[in-house]
Design a protein around this ligand. Structure first.
Ligand code: P6P
Length: 346
């Protein structure tokens, strides 16, 4: 292929086209997924635009003064991004329900619900503590098929494990804006070309290294961790070849590990024994993605994708990244568990 043709073809490999390429089909389901990904891309562009100018806009940054369902102070950008995803799916005929970190209950778009059988689960701005200091933040998303008619709007069909996610990924608002996604056929990255206003395919079939040097964890919580996690941290402190990287924004930390290898941990703590991160729209979508790239994601005792939540905003501990590194952390957990059982049996 001539360079010029290649360049043109590459610039035309947008997200919606890539979905069809992945599925090798133009079926109604493929059309739906392509259109959904296109709407998610629109949301990403709107949020990226706001973030890039927030410092110059009256009322774009700072807190709203509200506390959300998580008990966290709400940033103005959280509210804006949450509403962007809702607006991006209005008049789409696709997504009936949107379940968000920022909303206690799912938001229904009635005009879509008669035919739209999809649910968007999302964290509109993850890492919003970084927004006011212009450090990277992200959005995390997953698409699930609605099961049943949910006529009572209890959305109980969402309380399932993560293996039936149709698509999952994240948008990283960094020096460039990148969208990384999987529809179950590998992991692929798109970079926003602002001059085109399109996400263009930049890396296809990303594979996470089986081992990497990065360990990413908030060591300020050391005093709150189980002894097994402390054992792992003591291990990496005493062995060459490890490097600590922690940004306070999950998407950026995961993105680094996806490309360079290593492990991210957010274990249970004294204050949050079940962990801080939320299953349905944070750990489960990322687990889907990382497993698709050849990595692993564990709660410490089971695969994240096998965890069944009891409520919409359920949390899980998270150990995610290169398969060898996740397994190493689990080995410390298993060893402590074995010692406890031994002590009890004597
Ligand atoms: P901590 C941001 O609030 C977030 O949900 C993730 O993006 C991030 O990984 C984590 O919490 C940071 O939490 O307790 O280390 O500040």
């Amino acid at each position: 292929m001539l360079d010029r043709e290649y360049a043109l073809d590459r610039d035309c490999t947008t997200l919606s086209r890539h979905v069809f390429q992945q599925l090798q089909s133009f079926s109604p389901d493929a059309q739906d997924l392509s259109a959904i990904m296109n709407r998610i891309a629109l949301a990403g562009k709107l949020i990226a635009r706001r973030l890039s100018r927030a410092g110059l806009m009256e009322g774009a940054l700072g807190f709203t003064g509200e506390i959300n369902v998580q008990g966290e102070s709400v940033k103005k950008m959280d509210v804006y991004a949450n509403e962007v995803f809702i607006s991006a799916f209005k008049q789409s005929g696709l997504v009936c329900r949107l379940a968000s970190e920022e909303m206690e209950n799912p938001y229904y778009i009635p005009e879509n619900c008669s035919i739209g059988r999809y649910t968007l689960l999302y964290d509109p701005i993850d890492g919003s503590s970084n927004v006011d200091i212009n450090i990277n933040v992200g959005s995390i998303f997953a698409i699930r098929q609605q099961e049943g008619d949910d006529s009572d709007r209890s959305a109980t069909d969402l309380l399932q494990n993560g293996r039936n996610q149709l698509a999952a990924g994240y948008i990283l608002y960094g020096p460039s804006t990148m969208l990384v996604y999987s529809i179950g056929r590998g992991v692929h990255a798109f970079t926003l070309d602002p001059s085109l206003g399109e996400f263009i395919l930049s890396t296809e079939d990303i594979r996470i290294p089986d081992h990497g040097p990065v360990y990413s964890v908030n060591e300020g919580n050391f005093w709150q961790w189980d002894e097994s996690i402390r054992d792992y941290i003591r291990y990496v402190h005493r062995h060459e070849g490890y490097t600590a990287r922690y940004s306070g924004a999950l998407v950026g930390d995961i993105h680094r590990i996806l490309f360079q290898g290593g492990v991210f941990l957010y274990p249970g703590t004294v204050k949050k024994p079940e962990g801080k991160l939320r299953l349905l729209y944070e750990t489960s979508p990322l687990a889907f993605l990382i497993e698709q790239a050849g990595g692993r994601a564990s709660s410490g005792t089971q695969d994240i994708l096998d965890v069944v939540p009891e409520k919409l905003h359920a949390r899980t501990p998270l150990i995610i990244g290169s398969r060898e590194d996740v397994s190493l952390v689990e080995s410390f957990i298993q060893e402590r568990s074995r010692q406890k059982e031994e002590a009890v049996s004597h």
